[in-house]
Structure formats: C-alpha cells, structure tokens
Design a protein around this ligand. Sequence first.
Ligand SMILES: Cc1cc2nc3c(=O)[nH]c(=O)nc-3n(C[C@H](O)[C@H](O)[C@H](O)COP(=O)(O)OP(=O)(O)OC[C@H]3O[C@@H](n4cnc5c(N)ncnc54)[C@H](O)[C@@H]3O)c2cc1C
Length: 370
Amino acid sequence: MEKFHTNTVVIGAGAVGLAIAKNISYQNKEIIILEKEGKIGQITSSRNSGVIHAGIYYKSNTLKSKFCVEGNQLIYAYAKKFGIPHINTKKIIVAINDAQMEKIFKIKDQAKSNGVENLEILNQNQIKILEPLIKNVGGLLVPSTGIIDQHSLMQSYLGEFENNGGMISYNSIVTKILIENNKFAIEVHDNKNNKTIIICDYLINAAGIFASDIANNIDGLQKKYVPVTYLAKGNYFSLNKKLPINHLIYPVPENISLGIHLTLEIDNSIKFGPDAEWVDDPYDYSVNEGLKTKFYNSIKQYLPDIKEDMLFPSYAGLRPMTSKEDKSKRDFTISTSDDHKIKNLINLYGIESPGLTSSLAIAKYVEKRI
Ligand SMILES: Cc1cc2nc3c(=O)[nH]c(=O)nc-3n(C[C@H](O)[C@H](O)[C@H](O)COP(=O)(O)OP(=O)(O)OC[C@H]3O[C@@H](n4cnc5c(N)ncnc54)[C@H](O)[C@@H]3O)c2cc1C
C-alpha cells in the first residue's frame, strides 16, 4: 500500500473545491485535490442553471446572502479577466396577479437589505417592451443577474491551481479518515480498488452531496457536528426552438425552489426548471417525462404561447440541503475547529444554490481560516 505526505488535501473538484484549492495555492505549494470522478465538475457543478445570482431572496446576514452578493461581483470580475463566456442577461421576476405583485415589493425590500443594487419595479407595459412574449401584471428587474459557462469557469480555476503547482488526482475515492498525531490519514481507493494513504496537515471537505458521508467517516469527529444532508432533486426541460427572449424570467418563488423559471444558455437556447422534490438516491439523475404537464402548466402562466409538445426532458441536479422543514437552517454550513474542535479541518455542508455564484466568496472565507 502506497503512502504519501502533503500539506493540504481538498476533497472534491466541483466549483467550490476548485475555487478554494486555487485560492490557497498562491500561498501553499503542496495541495492535492482528491476527486472520485474521472474529470472535474461532474456532479452538482455541472447539473445546475449556470446562473450568476444577485442574492435577492436570502435572509439577511446569512452566509448565502453575504457570499452571493459578494460572489456575484467576484465572478463577473473573474470572468472578464480570464475570458470566461458569460452574459449579464439581467432577470425579471414576473407577477401574474396583484397578490403576487405584493410579494414582489417584499422581495425588493429583502434584496435591498442584502445589498443588491439598482433594482427596478416595472409595470406591465415596461415588461412588454423588454419581453413581448411574457404575460404579467408587473415585476422586478434585477440587473446584476447573468449566466456563465460553468465548465470554462471550473477549467480556469483548475488551470490557476495547476500553474501554482497544485496536483489533482482523479478516480480517487475517499473512504475513511483517521487522525494521528494532529495529522489526517486519508484512505483513498482508485477505481480498481487499490488503496493509498495520504497524510496531510490540513483537510478541506468540499464533497457536495457526499460531504456529510465523508464527515461521518472522520474518526474522532463527533456526529453532533455533522448535519444530515437531504437531497432536493431539480429537473429541467428544454425547449425545442429558440424564442426572442433575452432576460431570465422567474415567477414569484415557491417554498424550496425559485419556481419553474426560464433560463438561457450562452447560445441563447432556453431551458425551464429546476423544480424541487425530495429524493433519497444520490445517483439517480433521470428526468421523469411524466413531469412535463406540471412544467407546462407552470410555464404557460407567464409564457402563454408555449405548447406542451415543445418541451423535452433535459437533465437533473441534486441540491444538498441541511434541513427539510426549517427554512432558516437552509444556509451554507462551513464547519471549522471553532465548532467541532478538530484543528485544521473544514467541512462544507449544504452548498446548494447559489453555490456556483458564491464559489469565489466561499474560497476567500475558507482561505482566511486555513
Ligand atoms: C438543480 C440545481 C440548480 C442550481 N442552480 C444554480 C445556479 O443557477 N447558480 C448557482 O450559483 N448555483 C446553483 N446551484 C448550486 C451549485 O450548483 C452548487 O452549489 C455548486 O455546484 C456546489 O459545488 P461543490 O463543489 O460544493 O459540489 P460538487 O460540484 O458536487 O462537487 C463535489 C465533488 O466532490 C466529489 N466527491 C464526492 N464524494 C467524494 C469522495 N468520497 N471522494 C472524492 N471525491 C468526492 C464529487 O465527485 C464532486 O466532483 C444549483 C444546484 C442545483 C442542484
């Protein structure tokens, strides 16, 4: 059995693990990323909407609101600097009746208190001019929302990390972690089940939907510090033709999802979703064709010209959530030795939306604590 020593290990090469590894690679030349898949970003980081969120819905003073607003600015600046394909599409939240318009005023207030700027209440005619196909009684224009090619973004994070001397090991499944003499001994299996032990001083668990499973396999970490990760599946349907729509269009949000919204790809093609359903299987990404009618009924409320047979099942992603019932607990959880008392260990739980937008802000936060 082979044994290696390195200073820092990051588990997970999604947008968050890569952003953290890249940030700390400027100070630390001995970092290994362990990734169970054969490529970067194969799990949640490639199964999302690719939206650069503004940070409007989240409760004030939560990690989500703070990281999203800061991350939004950091991502635009990063994308410009490194030539990552992105579009500042802006977004319109549309009300389809007066009761929803009331909610839109409340969303605007919440967004303002989170530090989101230049929000604008629009009336029906103003929205008709911007988006003639969209039915509405009014809405909210959010200028800082956009879209980004998440694969190019992650590739760029990886490029910076590797240029700084960082190493990534693919097909490397972390199964167990022991703590010996203040160091972590990480058991890693490859896809032929060969075992390697990596010893490191600092450990960052950015394993997304599997972060709680990994933390539960850290010998010495008390279970009370490991939240349960629940999975909320989000399905997408795509549209079989392009339409002249330029903004992202969101209905007034529902309980766990933002409602079945319309987002654009970089090539201007249209997709709808995600919806939200609690699931148990972390490997099932199939999209049930039977959901089409539910999608159609939601979408036609704001896009009446659409026909059900224009929709096609596309893909699905799984949101890691740390609570099913209590919305207020659905914040990102970044657990350090301040809580669990194990030095040099950081676990990231519940990094659901807006984790992609927040990736650079999360990386800054973790970098300061390492
Ligand atoms: C449906 C949906 C829509 C979303 N839309 C948006 C959006 O529009 N905008 C936005 O900002 N955010 C969005 N998000 C959230 C965003 O996608 C995530 O917050 C972000 O991708 C999380 O990145 P991550 O690196 O934490 O996790 P992941 O991308 O899941 O990366 C974790 C990595 O850890 C690896 N790993 C797991 N277990 C092990 C192990 N035992 N050993 C080694 N490696 C392991 C995995 O293979 C994976 O590559 C959305 C999420 C979903 C599900």
